[in-house]
Design a protein around this ligand. Structure first.
Ligand code: ZN
Length: 164
């Protein structure tokens, strides 16, 4: 039996949010609250957020990643979303540590043929991880994402797990 996954088998979880939270995020009020609430963690990485001009109060990006990432923090995990090279050195290093080898790290360096999924979720105690892609309702995968995600998944599957 093979555990190679196809897109149809990727688990999907739907989270809903209060529109007032989204409005508050867009107005730049929500992010400082979240940062205060969660304190030191990779998801709300100080080093990254303090100089990221794409998130509030500058622009409005990051809501999906942070909202979903926060759900995992609530469940006792941590999450990286700024772990591609050039985004945040500390987060990139942590991702390399989780992925464990240079080849895997290439997924976070090369944007050729698409970017890796939005969030790298991990268990701080065991180092077990999974990638999570965050989409808004009705938002589809881009043409490059399915082959890219499949490539990453196939690479990361440990051969022993493939045997039935
Ligand atoms: Zn960081």
């Amino acid at each position: 039996m093979s555990v190679w996954k196809d897109r149809a088998s990727w688990p999907e979880v739907i989270h809903t949010y209060d529109p007032a939270v989204r409005r508050s995020y867009n107005e730049g009020k929500q992010l400082p609250k979240w940062r205060e609430e969660y304190g030191v963690c990779f998801l709300f990485c100080e080093q990254y957020l303090s100089r990221n001009l794409q998130v509030p109060p500058h622009k409005r990006r990051g809501f999906n990643e942070l909202f979903v990432g926060k759900k995992y923090l609530d469940a006792g995990y941590d999450a990286l979303w700024a772990c591609r090279r050039g985004e945040c050195k500390t987060c990139f290093q942590k991702a390399g540590e989780l992925l464990g080898d240079r080849t895997a790290e290439q997924f976070l360096i090369s944007e050729k043929d698409g970017r890796p999924p939005d969030v790298l979720l991990f268990d701080t105690h065991t180092g077990r991880f999974r990638f999570v892609e965050c989409k808004s309702r009705n938002e589809q995968f881009t043409p490059k994402q399915v082959p890219k995600f499949t490539e990453i998944e196939n690479y990361l599957v440990v051969p022993d797990q493939v045997k039935s």
